[in-house]
Design a protein around this ligand. Structure first.
Ligand code: ADP
Ligand code: MG
Length: 346
C-alpha cells in the first residue's frame, strides 16, 4: 500500500497549493486505506461488506474482452452485468493488490451519475477479485470512430462531449481522477454517454503493468496520445504507476477524445511512440491546419492540450463553453433534431 499512498500524496503535492485537489482524494479516495481506517472503522468495514459479492453468486458467460489487467465477462447477477476478473496468478507480494483493489472499489462505490457506469459490487476475497458493473449496451466511442468509421457531425460531437464533461465534472467534484479517459472507456447507448473504468488505473498497472504488451517503454498502443506533457515527461520504462495524474491530465485526455470525435482519428496518427513523446514532451501539438471546424471548436482543443496544466479549463468551464456551441449552429438549421439520432449507436 505504501506505493499507492505515496502516489496519492505525491500527486497532491505536485498539483500543489491546497486547491480542490488536495481536499478531494484525502476525503473521498482514502477512507478505506489502513491509515484512515481509524476515522470511522465500523462504518467503513460495514459499507465495504455491503458491496462484497460472493463469487459463487456470479454467473459468467462469454468473454467480452481482455484488457490490461484481466478478463471482462458478460455475466449475470440480478440481471445482466459486466464482470472484470483480475488475473489472480499475477498477484504476488510485490503488488499489495488487495489494499489497492479495495481502495479503488471504495472510490467506485461512491459514484452515482447518469453518465458513469453503474458500480454494483466487487468480489474482494483473494484469489477471487472481480468488479461487477452494469453491462453497457451499445458500443464504445472507439468502435464507432476507429472501427466502424462512423462520422460524428459537429452537433453530435458537442452532445457527446457535453455528457462526457458532465460525468467527468461529477467525478472531479468528488475528488476522483479518472486516469484512463479514452474512447475505449466511453460507451454510447442510444445517444447516452456512459464512462467506465474511472479510478481503476492503479490496480491494473500495479499488478499487470509490467506484463503489458507494448513497446520498450511498456506503452500500450493508443495510450500515448491521451497523456499530457507532464505525464509523457515522467514516463520511465515499466514505471507508469507513479505518473503524476491530476484533474488537468484528465482534461488533456478529454482534448484527445474531442479530437477523435471531430477528426475520426488519433492525433499524431501513424507516428512512432518516440516521435510523439519527443513532440508532446516539448509542447508541440497535433496541427489543426487541415481540420474543418469553427474557431470555437479548435480553441477548446488547444485549451485542453495546453502545455501548462494551469491553463487547461476544468470540466464545468468546458461544459458551459460546449453548451454555447450547438445553439449557435442549430440556430441555422432548426429542423435538425437536438438529440443524437439512433443511427449512431445501432
Ligand atoms: P479497454 O478499456 O482497454 O478496452 P477493458 O479491460 O476495460 O480494456 O475492457 C475489455 C473489453 O470489455 C472492452 O472491449 C470493453 O469495451 C468491454 N467492457 C468493459 N467494461 C464493460 C461494460 N461495463 N459493459 C460492456 N462491455 C464492457
Ligand atoms: Mg476499459
Amino acid at each position: 500500500t505504501a506505493s499507492i499512498r505515496s502516489e496519492g500524496s505525491g500527486r497532491v503535492s505536485l498539483s500543489g497549493s491546497g486547491s480542490t485537489d488536495s481536499s478531494g482524494p484525502g476525503r473521498d479516495n482514502s477512507v478505506d486505506l489502513p491509515s484512515h481506517d481509524d476515522r470511522w472503522p465500523r462504518q467503513n468495514s460495514l459499507s465495504m461488506k455491503e458491496w462484497d459479492i460472493p463469487y459463487d453468486e456470479l454467473k459468467l458467460y462469454e468473454v467480452i474482452g481482455a484488457g490490461r489487467f484481466g478478463t471482462v465477462y458478460r455475466g449475470s447477477w440480478h440481471g445482466a452485468v459486466a464482470v472484470k476478473v483480475l488475473h489472480v496468478h499475477a498477484l504476488n507480494d510485490h503488488c499489495a493488490p488487495l489494499d489497492t483493489f479495495k481502495h479503488e472499489v471504495a472510490t467506485f462505490r461512491k459514484t452515482r451519475h447518469e453518465n458513469l457506469v453503474l458500480f454494483m459490487g466487487a468480489c474482494m476475497k483473494p484469489p477471487r477479485l472481480a468488479i461487477v458493473t452494469s453491462l453497457c449496451k451499445g458500443m464504445t466511442l472507439y468502435t464507432h470512430i476507429h472501427l466502424r468509421k462512423d462520422k460524428f457531425t459537429a452537433n453530435k460531437s458537442v452532445l457527446v462531449a457535453q455528457q462526457i464533461s458532465q460525468g467527468m465534472g461529477y467525478l472531479h467534484a468528488r475528488g476522483i481522477i479518472h486516469k484512463d479517459l479514452k474512447t475505449k472507456n466511453i460507451f454510447l447507448e442510444n445517444g447516452k454517454v456512459v464512462i467506465t473504468d474511472f479510478g481503476l488505473f492503479s490496480v491494473t498497472k500495479l499488478c499487470f503493468g509490467n506484463n503489458a504488451r507494448g513497446d520498450s517503454l511498456g506503452i500500450p498502443s493508443g495510450w500515448l496520445c491521451y497523456l499530457a506533457p507532464e505525464l509523457v515527461r515522467a514516463l520511465r520504462p515499466h514505471a507508469s504507476l507513479h505518473l503524476p495524474f491530476s484533474k488537468q491530465t484528465d482534461v488533456y485526455a478529454f482534448g484527445t477524445v474531442w479530437y477523435e470525435l471531430l477528426c475520426g482519428e488519433y492525433p499524431f496518427k501513424g507516428q512512432p511512440a518516440e516521435a510523439i513523446i519527443w513532440q508532446v514532451g516539448k509542447g508541440a501539438k497535433q496541427s489543426l491546419a487541415n481540420m474543418q471546424a469553427s474557431r470555437d471548436i479548435k480553441d477548446i482543443l488547444m485549451l485542453c492540450w495546453s502545455y501548462r496544466e494551469s491553463e487547461r479549463p476544468d470540466f464545468s468551464h468546458l461544459l458551459s463553453t460546449l453548451e454555447k456551441l450547438p445553439r449557435k449552429r442549430l440556430a441555422r438549421s432548426p429542423s435538425h433534431p437536438v438529440h443524437l439520432s439512433r443511427s449512431a449507436d445501432s
